[in-house]
Ligand binder design. Structure first.
Ligand code: KG4
Ligand code: ZN
Length: 412
């Protein structure tokens, strides 16, 4: 039941152990002053820096999005991403410190995304953070990006004064690169995670992006699909999802035979949308849309809406409904299986309006609490990295000087 005793102890000096836990671990008993961590994130197409106080208060949050750079290509171009990170990282970090009223001297640690992500993009953030920590004489904390997404929710809950969390906790991390389910536990050594599900192919956000690209709805696709779907009939097109029964053939993803797992798959629905477009002869409408949109410097959702016929809007709404239903049904099934009390839903796709709305209703029916980050902290940011670093700071889990980035870093 304990959310994070360290936060109570740091503030009041009083030990708070919950009935579910034994004596508080020694590290939680000492009084810890305010800790300001500078977080740096560069794993994909956002260069971000933030300052977070003691894992519970967002002091500054700067996100430089590279959308304009990648938009003409309809997806992230890794070489361009690392070049943009190089250009942005110094001003972004300076602004985050300035907004927080902090300097290199007055922060307590530097936290940085170690992986997973694009190799060269990660390298920019990690090299910079390493040099900065070394020059300023501050400890460096390497953070898993997926753990960061989970801590985005925890940070905002603490900020609202909610420090009690009902365990067991199940986290759905659903973004452009990931669709993972983790059982999250908190112990005296910090947080630990057990992966009980993942996508066998595309991530859910990737499916949003690919379907949007196919329909010429711009990049990134998720926010546009979210907005256009509100004008379509979600029951117009049926997209059934198969239950995944066979074991994962990828040897890297093998788990013990008796573990109950919940896997996802989103490449099939993308192909189903493509088939629908072909069978319904929607190619001409898509070409017209591309031409109309290419004439606009900065097309808005209203511009896209104006060039979408009802059939396209119905298709988009049906696609979104199918993905949302699948994500929720599988997560709730896993939640029942593991007797979960609290669900955390996070990552870029957690910004989706229908996902948030429907999850809340269905989780309430099941008697499970569901928590989301604000939309600002659902997509990539550095506040989540600084927040995830705080328990590691308390445990003095600092990175070695030779730490390197890991594009395939796993969690749990
Ligand atoms: O977490 P994130 O910023 O980066 C990764 O770690 O991947 O997630 C980006 C993904 C993209 O695929 C984007 O299309 C999707 O999140 N996304 C959304 C929405 N906002 C962002 N998907 C559905 N609805 C949204 N409102
Ligand atoms: Zn992410």
């Amino acid at each position: 039941m304990r959310f994070d005793a360290a936060f109570f102890d740091a503030k009041s000096g009083v030990g708070h152990s919950s009935p579910a836990t034994s004596d508080p671990p020694p590290s939680y008993n000492k009084t810890v002053g305010d800790t300001y961590i500078l977080g740096i994130e560069s794993s994909c197409d956002e260069t971000a820096a933030a300052v977070v106080r003691s894992g519970e208060e967002l002091i500054s949050n700067v996100v430089y999005s590279q959308i304009a750079t990648h938009q003409p290509y309809g997806g992230v171009v890794p070489e361009l991403a690392s070049r943009e990170h190089l250009r942005a990282i110094v001003p972004v970090v300076r602004k985050a410190l300035e907004d927080a009223g902090k300097t290199y001297d007055t922060i307590d640690a530097v936290a940085v995304t170690q992986g997973p992500g694009l190799a060269d993009a990660l390298l920019v953030g990690l090299s910079y953070a390493k040099a900065l920590a070394y020059a300023a004489g501050k400890p460096l904390i390497a953070v898993n990006h997926l753990e960061g997404h989970i801590h985005a929710v925890l940070l905002e809950e603490r900020q609202r004064g909610q420090r009690e969390l009902q365990f067991p906790v199940l986290a759905l991390v659903v973004s452009g690169g990931h669709t993972h389910l983790y059982l999250a536990e908190q112990s005296e050594a910090g947080w630990t995670y057990r992966n009980i599900g993942h996508t066998r192919d595309d991530a859910a956000g990737e499916a949003f992006d690919k379907v949007a690209k196919l329909l010429e709805l711009g990049y990134p696709g998720g926010p546009m699909v979210d907005s256009l779907a509100q004008h379509g009939d979600p029951l117009a097109v049926k997209f059934p999802f198969a239950q995944i029964k066979h074991r994962d053939r990828n040897p890297k993803n093998r788990h013990s035979a008796d573990e109950r797992r919940t896997d996802f798959s989103y490449s099939g629905i993308k192909t189903a949308v493509l088939r629908y477009v072909e069978v319904q002869n929607m190619g001409e409408a898509i070409r017209c849309r591309r031409e109309a949109i290419s004439k606009l410097a900065k097309p808005t959702p209203q511009d896209f809406l104006a060039v979408c016929d009802q059939q396209t809007l119905d298709l988009v709404a049906s696609f979104q409904r199918a993905v949302v239903d699948d994500l929720i049904s599988k997560t709730l099934a896993a939640s029942t299986e593991y007797g979960v009390a609290t669900l955390l839903v996070t990552g870029g796709v957690a910004a989706n309006s229908e996902l948030r709305r429907t999850f809340e209703v269905r989780a309430a029916d099941e008697g499970v609490a569901v928590l989301f980050p604000s939309r600002k902290l659902a997509t990539d940011n550095a506040a989540m990295i600084a927040a995830a670093a705080y328990p590691r700071f308390l445990a003095k889990e600092f990175a070695e000087a030779e730490v390197s980035s890991n594009p395939a870093l796993r969690l749990g």
